[in-house]
Ligand binder design. Sequence first.
Ligand SMILES: Nc1ncnc2c1ncn2[C@@H]1O[C@H](COP(=O)(O)OP(=O)(O)OP(=O)(O)O)[C@@H](O)[C@H]1O
Ligand SMILES: [Mg+2]
Length: 234
Amino acid sequence: MSFLDASNMTGGYGVSDILHDCTLRVEKGQIAVIVGPNGAGKSTAMKAVFGMLKLRGGSVTLDGEDITALSPQERVRKGMGFVPQVNNVFPTMTVEENLEMGAYIREDDYRDTMEQVYELFPILREKRHQHAGELSGGQRQQVAVGRALMTKPKLLMLDEPTAGVSPIVMDELFDRIIEVARTGISILMVEQNARQALEIADTGYVLVQGANKYTDTGAALMADPEVRRTFLGG
Ligand SMILES: Nc1ncnc2c1ncn2[C@@H]1O[C@H](COP(=O)(O)OP(=O)(O)OP(=O)(O)O)[C@@H](O)[C@H]1O
Ligand SMILES: [Mg+2]
């Protein structure tokens, strides 16, 4: 069984379903990437995995444990970290306060983890007393990822972590994400930069209208002429 196994998720907002039998799996220490057109339900699928959406069907298991009935907060305690697509930092708080907020569920000493975050993102140490709202887009995304890492998640979920950043900053952020995965943390990531993201993906999911359209290794999806033509711009 996969480390994260979100199987046959069906559900949406109110009466209409957005997700239709959507399945997402991530192995331990691997990177899974979700791509697909705007409005395909990528963020909705992430919310479903994190417990922010009530499912009409399907199940979510983490490390072999069925967590389908758990709240987002309980899922954090089980080892999920989630960086949402929008509003993922507190702009009027400093970088360090944002990281401290990330550790809110911890009762132990989190200074080691903060140190690890600063080693991963050295610019955040430099700017630790600045308000997050004053940082560049790429730096804010680092704060958001760092904040999620403060709970020492086993699965890190990122919804478009490179939105609005330059190609160079995107490459750097992807390198850091690979580094995180190498420590054994599983990554489930939604990305608009489909080609670049599939390049670092162990598994890629192409979602269309809330359903799995293609699932394969990142490399295989990149090599598939149909996927290239329809979703990767040729
Ligand atoms: N809170 C909400 N209430 C009702 N409908 C919603 C809500 N959030 C999203 N939707 C609808 O659900 C569908 C899927 O939206 P979702 O945000 O999951 O897509 P996405 O693939 O993440 O898109 P994008 O690439 O623009 O981020 C869309 O039709 C959207 O309008
Ligand atoms: Mg989205």
